[in-house]
Design a protein around this ligand. Structure first.
Ligand SMILES: [Zn+2]
Length: 233
């Protein structure tokens, strides 16, 4: 598993399988933040285990299924664990899959849902406080999947996460852009996607290839790659 640890601050890529499931867990002491909620995220949190009351929030960087399809299962896991407080769910404004997952869960279970989602909308450069984590989204450059209606860049974010012990940035799905380089340069750890593997540079402005991801990663004090590509990315 791709990971990083410095003092009380830790990052673990629970799942980095692009097109299938992305989930990244960040821990500060005994508090946790989940970045992206792909299939299997609930299984992985339960297996560690992460106590349901120690999860400060779930942030979905963009509304592709490999990042958002695990939301109903996460709510189910929180319900069975008898989560006490509302759970912050931070989604882009345009996130029908993530929001639909919440609606499906609440509609299906009604009064028996028991867990209370606290929905928040991500906005560029607006910092969200989640326990020890200060999460600041910045715009990514990510197009719709080729199977979707083609063309437009979609609403997608990278994240700057400040917590006691350091600063982590997560690139999100993105082509190369100057803001990402600036964020990486000020980070203790940059988690950078390399979804295009050894393919051509910035295909359709959607992903980074490995060389691009490594170049951006080296701007930070340390870096890790994720989201597919050959090798331990
Ligand atoms: Zn994507």
């Amino acid at each position: 598993m791709t990971g990083w640890l410095r003092g009380d601050l830790e990052l673990a890529v629970l799942s980095g399988h692009g097109g299938v499931s992305i989930a990244v867990l960040i821990r500060q002491a005994r508090r946790f933040l989940l970045v992206d909620a792909g299939d299997g995220a609930a299984r992985d949190l339960a297996a560690l285990p992460v106590p349901v009351d120690s999860l400060e929030g779930i942030v979905v960087t963009h509304d592709h299924g490999d990042h958002a399809a695990g939301i109903p299962a996460l709510l189910w896991w929180l319900r069975l664990g008898r989560r006490r407080d509302p759970v912050p769910l931070l989604f882009p404004a345009a996130a029908p899959l993530a929001r639909g997952g919440v609606a499906l869960f609440l509609e299906a279970l009604g009064e028996r849902a028991r867990v209370t989602p606290e929905l928040r909308t991500l906005a560029a450069d607006r910092t969200e406080r989640l326990g020890p984590f200060a999460v600041t989204p910045f715009p990514a450059r990510h197009r719709r999947a080729s199977s979707d209606p083609p063309g437009e860049l979609m609403e997608a974010y990278g994240l700057r996460i400040d917590a006691p012990g350091g600063r982590i940035i997560v690139s999100g799905d993105t082509g190369p852009h100057a803001r990402l380089e600036r964020e990486a340069a000020a980070a203790d750890l940059a988690l950078v996607e390399a979804a295009a593997g050894n393919g051509p540079a910035s295909p359709a402005d959607s992903h980074l290839n490995r060389a691009e991801a490594e170049r951006i990663g080296r701007l930070a004090r340390e870096y890790r790659l994720y989201h597919g590509g050959p090798g331990p990315a």
